[in-house]
Design a protein around this ligand. Structure first.
Ligand code: MET
Ligand SMILES: [Zn+2]
Ligand SMILES: [Zn+2]
Length: 401
């Protein structure tokens, strides 16, 4: 059994903190981060735009703090587990030796996205230990509630004077591990769009042919949107196993909640259908919302767009110099086969882009099955360890750009 190194122990400690919804333990998480800051020699600030929802910022001061800073953003919360489906307890972060000699760390949040926060912390630790100077300030941002729309997290924090004071010029943000030797980076993402349709109709005895029922109004909507889902899926299907890289090019639709009746012999007075849409930046968001409103009206239903988004800015890397050159230099140094694609899910980078700062999502882990939000989420230890010098170079190059 190979010795567990200190970076792995600290990563496991972070994973063992139960920052899991619906009641994430942010207090223990903040304590952990402040302990790291103290050991490493970083300045810290905590901003609670909403009580109990801390945004923790750890800073390595540059030699010229008047220059635009660089941000390394990650979220501290994780999604719930179906514990009985796990082979290893999800919050023990066990280190398991595999047959091929590799070690895996099994835990909720190991991929999404405590591995990234840990690589940031280990990278900056190395930088400080070696006393490497850098020009711009480096801010590590640890935000809450990303998995529940960031309403009390980065959404509100990025609109505060405290965020503006960070004077960010470029942001490195959440990405996804790749399943092969390629590395994906994201300059745009689909916009998350939860929508609830409500149908109201006549109720009565379950034995009767009642007219104008809620079910008859909701079903045409559900059917049309499931057809839209199929149409969009058909557009990218020809990519076969590489389809996952092209998902962001089309809008996805999933019926995630459907509720109605109270008992079998009573015709329901209402039906509610909730869809999780992820609207591609390739179409006009406003037009899509109008389509949904028209669809509801046409079928005599009401519709609520739960998180109206307004805008979905795309980062144009050709306008983000000198950072872009530095970013690509690091990819090259680490022999990354880099591909730019549209992030199919949502990340906190959207709020940073809306604040006018170029943001790129990336994850240097290769050869991983994507297990975010899945059972038995794990990362391969050697890939985590390789990621530390990657971020070390990213921090230094961007901070000296
Ligand atoms: C729905 S807000 C974003 C939460 C998560 N990152 C997702 O894409 O589902
Ligand atoms: Zn995430
Ligand atoms: Zn997630």
């Amino acid at each position: 059994m190979a010795e567990e190194t200190a970076p792995v122990s600290r990563f496991r400690e972070y994973l063992q903190i139960k920052t899991v919804h619906p009641e994430p333990d942010y207090d223990s998480c903040t304590k952990f981060l402040l302990k790291q800051a103290e050991e490493i020699g970083l300045e810290h600030q905590i901003h609670e735009c909403v009580k109990g929802k801390p945004v923790v910022i750890l800073t390595s001061k540059g030699t010229d703090s008047s220059e635009k800073s660089v941000l390394f953003n990650s979220h501290t919360d994780v999604v719930p587990v179906f514990e009985e489906k796990w082979n290893y307890p999800p919050f023990e972060a066990q280190r398991v030796k595999m047959e091929d000699g590799e070690y895996r760390i099994y835990a909720r949040g190991s991929q999404d996205m405590k591995v990234t926060g840990s690589m940031y912390l280990e990278a900056i630790r190395e930088i400080k230990k070696s006393n490497i100077q850098h020009k711009r300030d480096i801010h590590l941002i640890f935000g809450p509630d990303e998995e529940i729309y960031s309403t009390d997290g980065l959404d509100v924090f990025t609109k505060t004077p405290e965020f503006a004071k960070l004077n960010g010029g470029f942001d490195i943000d959440e990405g996804a591990p790749s399943f092969n030797d390629e590395t994906w980076y994201f300059t745009s993402e689909r916009i998350t769009c939860p929508v609830t349709f409500t149908a109201t109709g006549k109720t009565g005895h379950g034995s009767q042919f009642i007219e104008d029922t809620a079910a008859e109004k909701i079903l045409p909507i559900v059917n049309e949107l499931l057809q839209l889902r199929q149409t969009n899926l058909d557009k990218i299907k020809h990519h076969g196993p590489l389809m996952i890289l092209h998902q962001g090019e089309v809008t996805s639709a999933n019926l995630t909640m459907l509720s109605g009746g109270k008992q079998p012999n009573v015709v329901p007075a209402t039906y509610e259908a909730t869809f999780d849409f992820r609207v591609t930046p390739n179409i006009d968001y406003g037009e899509f919302i109008q389509y949904l409103k028209d669809l509801a009206a046409r079928n005599g239903c009401t519709v609520v767009i739960k998180k109206p988004a307004g805008s979905n800015p795309v980062t144009n890397l050709s306008e983000a110099e000198p950072f872009t050159t530095s970013f690509h230099k690091v990819l090259k140094k680490h022999n990354k086969k880099a591909h730019e694609i549209i992030m199919p899910a949502a990340t906190d980078a959207r709020f940073i882009r809306r604040a006018g700062i170029p943001a790129v999502g990336i994850n240097p882990l290769n050869f991983h099955k994507l297990l975010a939000h899945d059972h038995n989420e794990y990362i391969v230890e050697s890939e985590f360890l390789k990621g530390i010098p990657f971020y070390q170079d990213m921090m230094i190059e961007l901070a000296n750009a």
